[in-house]
Structure formats: structure tokens, C-alpha cells
Ligand binder design. Structure first.
Ligand code: PLP
Length: 375
């Protein structure tokens, strides 16, 4: 297997060219012209009117909550399975994360469990498009509208994913993206908020830029913000990465379709369910679950066998979000989450770089996965 093809991140002459431009401009920081240029181009890619760049995809969630007026005394519904930022951002603004279960095969927030968790204190919900597969947006948007909740899409995995032709990050009040090293476009670190709400975008922009207002003077600070600015150097790299993203999505999609078709008959292996409304997928992760009784081997045995053959694989998170030491002592509300807890023991993912190879390499991955499943 040609594992050289799994290299990530990738860069080329375009990154170097744009970085050189920033270096020569003498404005390397957050007030470089490259930052608004990236905001415009990424917002257009997401089909949104506004983009607000920031340091990373954790602070973008905090900023979105703050800009939506979420704070102490409020509850925010989050899925029990995600990276910690989805919940930590809620705690950082002084609100309480409420953990709800995921659906068995989509790995995304279960809209029924979310509906059951709503109280008079609920202010917002943050579905995650896990691995690039979109959360059930029709039902979650209806829930948000029924209870006047702010819906923030955690789209850290979902650059380019689409729900009925609408890009991830354009359906809720705001979308939050990450450009951290493993993401499908990256500058090592980076984040972006997308929204169609102009006043919300201006509040977010002010929080990112130490409470300034556009045209309001360098030493005039109007709101309690901080310095969360993305640098011009990051923006230059991301502009180049954005140009390459559509072709990479096509390559991953072609390989994911092939791989899923070739693995459909493997007993005990269930790959992530992608909703029928989803017509484009970033394929950030290739997720699955192993039913040990039917497969005749456990997830950990599968993981060991696959990695021994050189295929990168992660045996899921070691705990639910509320199982983190941070939340074991409280500071959150936990709804029953049997599916999330089962996934800790039987789920896995392959990173998107495994889907960037040619067809021959993808067939070799299929063979390695079948062998790891004992087929
Ligand atoms: C679902 C999710 N949300 C938010 C983040 C946070 O992004 P960042 O690492 O850019 O802070 C991540 C990062 O991995 C993530 O997976």
C-alpha cells in the first residue's frame, strides 16, 4: 500500500506565493488585507453573506455564543459525542452544557433527545456535523424555531458538506469552522464564523478585535472583546487551501463511494449513515461501528489489525464528553446517552487523508479493512 499518499497537510507553490505577498506587505497580523479577503472568499464558498475569521475553531464557538447573548444561567444543548470544544465553549461563556444522545449510525445529535432536553433555561443548541455528515437539520431547525433557540452549527468537520444544496454553516444563525492541522483545509490553526445575520457578524467581529467597531478608531473599544484575530499569514495559507478544497472533496467522495460499496457486505461492520438530504460531504472522517458478535472480533482487535497494515485508524474517543475529567464533577446536565456510551466501545474512524489516494491505494485500504474484519 502506498501510504505516502496519506500525507497531510499538503501545500504547494500557491501557499508560498501568497505567504510571500503577506511577508512583503509588512502587515503580517490580524489587520492584513488577506484576512477580509479570506472572510469574503470563505463566506462565498459557504453561501453566506458574512465571514468572521479568528484564531481557531474553539474561540469561534465562544464568540458565536457571546454574540448571541448566551451566558450565565442559560443552558445549551450539545451532543454527547464531539471534540471537547463544543461543550467547553458553552462553559467558557458561563452557560451550562446539556449533553444529549446521538443517533446510532449518523453519530449526530438525535433531534428527539434534543427536544426532550429543552427547558425554560435553554437558549441555544449546537449540532455538530460529525465527520462531515450533516446533522438532521430539518428537524433541528424546526426545534430551534419552535422554542426560539439560537442554532449554531459546529461545522469544524464539514467544509463543503451540503444539506439539500445548502452548505454547512449557512443553515443556522451561525456556522463555526476549524482550520486546525487535521482539518480538510488548514493553516495549522485557524477558525471562521459564517452567518447571514449582519448585526450578529458585526458583534462577532468586534469581540474578535478587542471590542473595536469598524471605523470607530484604533483606541476606542465599545464591547468586551479580546484579541482573537487570525493573522495575515494564516489567511494566506487558507486562501491557497480553499482553492484546492473542491478537487480534494471530489477525490475523497470518489474513494469513499468505492470503499463503502466494497465494504457493504462485511458482517458486523456498519459505516456511518449519511442522510438522504445530504448532497455533498467533506468526508473529514470515515466512521464506522463494529458489532463484535456478528464480526467475530472486537473494535480493538479490528483497530490493531488495520493499523498493523499501515492504515491510520483511531478507536473513537476514549469517553463521552461528560466522561471527561472536566465534567465528571458537574457543571453540566447529562441526559441518558446509551448510544454515545456504546460507541465508545465499538466505533472507529479513518482520517480523511486515507481517502486522498488513487484508486489502487483505495482498493488496498478496502482489502486491509476486510482482512481486519476477518473476511
Ligand atoms: C467538532 C469540533 N469542534 C470544534 C473544534 C475546535 O477547533 P480548533 O481545534 O480549531 O479549536 C474541533 C477540533 O478538532 C472539533 O472537532
Amino acid at each position: 500500500m502506498n501510504t505516502e499518499q496519506f500525507k497531510w497537510p499538503v501545500s504547494g507553490e500557491r501557499e508560498v506565493e501568497l505567504l510571500r505577498e503577506v511577508l512583503q506587505s509588512g502587515r503580517w497580523g490580524g489587520h492584513s488585507d488577506f484576512v477580509p479577503r479570506l472572510e469574503r472568499e470563505f463566506a462565498a464558498f459557504v453561501q453566506c453573506a458574512h465571514g468572521v475569521a479568528a484564531m481557531n475553531g474553539t474561540v469561534t464557538l465562544e464568540i458565536a455564543l457571546a454574540a448571541a447573548g448566551v451566558g450565565p444561567g442559560d443552558e445549551v444543548i450539545v451532543p454527547a459525542i464531539s471534540f471537547v470544544s463544543t461543550a467547553m465553549a458553552v462553559s467558557r461563556v458561563g452557560a451550562t452544557p446539556v449533553f444529549v444522545d446521538i443517533e446510532p449510525l449518523s453519530f449526530n445529535m438525535d433531534p428527539e433527545r434534543a427536544a426532550a432536553a429543552v427547558t425554560a433555561r435553554t437558549k441555544a443548541l449546537i449540532p455538530v456535523h460529525f465527520g462531515g455528515a450533516m446533522a438532521a437539520m430539518d428537524r433541528l431547525l424546526a426545534l430551534a424555531s419552535r422554542h426560539s433557540l439560537t442554532l449554531i452549527e459546529d461545522a469544524a468537520h464539514a467544509h463543503g458538506s451540503e444539506w439539500e444544496g445548502r452548505r454547512a454553516g449557512s443553515l443556522g444563525r451561525a456556522g463555526s469552522f476549524s482550520f486546525q492541522n487535521s482539518k480538510v483545509m488548514t493553516a495549522g490553526e485557524g477558525g471562521m464564523l459564517t452567518t447571514n445575520d449582519e448585526a450578529f457578524a458585526e458583534r462577532a467581529w468586534s469581540i474578535v478585535d478587542q471590542g473595536r467597531e469598524r471605523g470607530g478608531g484604533w483606541f476606542f473599544h465599545y464591547t468586551l472583546g479580546s484579541n482573537y484575530r487570525m493573522t495575515g499569514l494564516q489567511a494566506a495559507v487558507l486562501l491557497a487551501q480553499l482553492e484546492r478544497l473542491p478537487e480534494q472533496i471530489c477525490r475523497r467522495t470518489r474513494n469513499a463511494v468505492l470503499l463503502r460499496a466494497e465494504l457493504a457486505d462485511v458482517p458486523g461492520l456498519a459505516l456511518q449513515a449519511v442522510p438522504s438530504q445530504q448532497n455533498a460531504n467533506s468526508w473529514y472522517l470515515l466512521l464506522g461501528r463494529i458489532d463484535a458478535r456478528r464480526a467475530g472480533r472486537t473494535r480493538d482487535e479490528f483497530h490493531r489489525a488495520l493499523t498493523a497494515q499501515g492504515v491510520p485508524c483511531t478507536p473513537f474517543y476514549p469517553h463521552t464528553l461528560y466522561g471527561n475529567p472536566l465534567y465528571r464533577g458537574g457543571g453540566c446536565r447529562v441526559e441518558p446517552c446509551p448510544v454515545a456510551e456504546a460507541c465508545i466501545g465499538d466505533a472507529f474512524w479513518l482520517p480523511h487523508r486515507v481517502l486522498l489516494g488513487d484508486q489502487e491505494t483505495t482498493r488496498a485500504v478496502v482489502a486491509a479493512m476486510r482482512q481486519a474484519c476477518g473476511v
